[in-house]
Design a protein around this ligand. Structure first.
Ligand code: DAH
Length: 347
């Protein structure tokens, strides 16, 4: 058939010309010539309607095959020419090496994570093991087992988010108000000697402002063994403060009350800003409170079947965000969790 021969010779011509195109402009006029609206191919495809059914099938198939060969040849050639264009443009010196480069942004750890890591590593070096516990906790672990029974006024120290409604039920769940319940979980599973450090999130039902967040981090510590005394507590926490805040920093121990320890202490360091002479940061007292601690209350040990006549222990708990707040003079605790990169990138 005449028309098939025509397609065949058109194909030969188109492909041999395709190779000769040396620029993208030349390629574009080749495309118009062979694939454009006024090309012979288009004319052939339009005339198909006039053919009888058998011929239409045969010619249509040939023409479409021809079209797709041209189209893929075109795409391939276009890619080659584009690559060549990039190479030659850089060779001609259009690459300006004095332009500022693309800055590669590197990720970093969140400031809270950085503090947790440095605190944990201090205690790990003293032989403490890092453990974690659940953030949704039973009432009995968060309060009762820590010597805070129902209706005890000490419960008022903790503004609690209840998950279950029934506050009078031991099996009521809550968002843990401190990391101390993990002490109980550890002592239930392990026999002394125990030395653990527990970082984690804690929650308080609190209106947020510059110094209060409803979610914040704490680190709990617990050591239980034979013959552990207040001197061990003091030595450990003294050393911790010196390693974290510097050799010269004065550290103060004073009595404080926490239901799960007896005696309880509060540990403060000499103010980081005024070195003890009194300023706004330390409320003109010269001291910054860093953590609560004490000797584990015998009631707490008894509850987990550790005999307080044989074993004793010390525990401590500290608020994580408070450390960088004091060290770096951060004025608003909410900055930590508002995901503002201008703040986070500074650490
Ligand atoms: N759990 C206490 C709080 O959230 C902090 C604390 C005080 C923990 C004394 C202790 C401790 O282990 O001995 O306020």
């Amino acid at each position: 058939m005449q028309i098939i021969t025509e397609i065949e010779s058109l194909r030969l011509a188109a492909l041999s010309e395709l190779d000769k195109n040396e620029t993208l402009e030349q390629l574009e006029s080749w495309r118009i010539r062979y694939l454009g609206k006024k090309s012979e191919l288009t004319t052939i495809l339009r005339s198909l309607a006039k053919l009888d059914l058998e011929d239409r099938k045969e010619v249509g198939a040939k023409a479409n095959q021809f079209k797709s060969i041209l189209e893929s040849g075109l795409a391939e050639k276009k890619k080659l020419l584009e690559e060549a264009a990039i190479i030659s443009s850089t060779e001609e010196g259009s690459l300006d090496v004095t332009l500022p480069g693309n800055v590669m942004t590197t990720g970093r750890l969140h400031p809270t994570t950085q503090v947790i890591e440095s605190i944990c590593s201090i205690f790990q070096n003293m032989g403490f093991q890092v453990v974690e516990g659940p953030e949704v906790e039973w009432d009995s672990y968060n309060f009762d087992a820590l010597n805070i029974p129902k209706d005890h006024p000490a419960r008022d120290m903790f503004d609690t988010f209840w998950v279950d409604n029934n506050e009078t039920n031991e099996k009521a769940r809550l968002l843990r108000t401190h990391t101390s319940p993990v002490q109980i979980r550890v002592m239930e599973k392990e026999q002394p000697p125990i030395r653990v450090i527990v970082p984690g999130r804690t929650y308080r039902y609190e209106a947020t402002d510059a110094t209060h967040e409803s979610m914040f981090y704490q680190i709990e510590g617990l050591a239980v063994d034979k013959n552990i005394t207040l001197a061990d507590l003091k030595g450990t926490l003294f050393e911790f403060c010196r390693l974290l805040f510097g050799e010269q920093r004065n550290v103060r121990f004073r009595c404080d009350y926490f239901p799960f320890v007896e005696p309880g202490v509060e540990v403060a360091i000499e103010c980081l800003a005024c070195h003890g002479s009194g300023c706004r940061l330390c409320g003109y007292s010269g001291w910054l409170e860093i953590l609560g601690a004490g000797m584990v209350h015998p009631n707490v040990l008894k509850r987990v079947n550790i005999d307080p006549e044989i074993y004793s222990g010390f525990a401590f708990g500290l608020g994580v965000e408070r450390i960088p707040i004091l060290q770096k003079g951060i004025e608003d605790i909410r900055l930590f969790y508002s995901n503002d990169l201008r703040f986070l990138k500074q650490f």
